[in-house]
Structure formats: C-alpha cells, structure tokens
Write a protein that binds this ligand. Structure first.
Ligand SMILES: [Zn+2]
Length: 72
C-alpha cells in the first residue's frame, strides 16, 4: 500500500533527515520525501496499518527535526 502525505519542513537537508527517519521506522517499506512539493510518499509493508505506522514515523521525524510536520 502506498500513500502520500503533505509535510512541512524548512530545508532540503532536514527533508533528507525526515526521509531517513521514516525509512528506519518499522512498517515502512520505502519512504521518499520531495522537498520541492513538500510531500512524503510512503510504501507500507504488507499487513502494516498506515495510521499506526505514520504516528511512529512522525515521532521519529520529530526526534531528528523538531520543527518538521507531517499532516496525517
Ligand atoms: Zn533545515
């Protein structure tokens, strides 16, 4: 399953940090952040619940970049 989320982040460097944090989150098969469009595309592993996983993704992103936001 693949979903797209609107995000807010101040620069491309922090966007990359968010991408790394998302990819390190269990339940995420692949995440990519587009800083120009302020979007995060996430492919979830089979059986994962996107809502639950995205809460963890957001928490992990906040750890590396406290100013970022993902609109869930
Ligand atoms: Zn930044």
């Amino acid at each position: 399953m693949k979903k797209s989320y609107k995000i807010d982040v101040d620069c491309a460097n922090c966007a990359r940090k968010m991408e790394d944090a998302a990819n390190a989150t269990p339940g995420v098969q692949e995440a990519s952040v587009n800083f120009m469009l302020l979007k995060m595309n996430v492919t979830f592993t089979e059986g994962a619940d996107p809502k639950t996983v995205m809460k963890d993704v957001l928490a992990n992103c906040k750890k590396v970049e406290s100013d970022c936001e993902i609109y869930l």
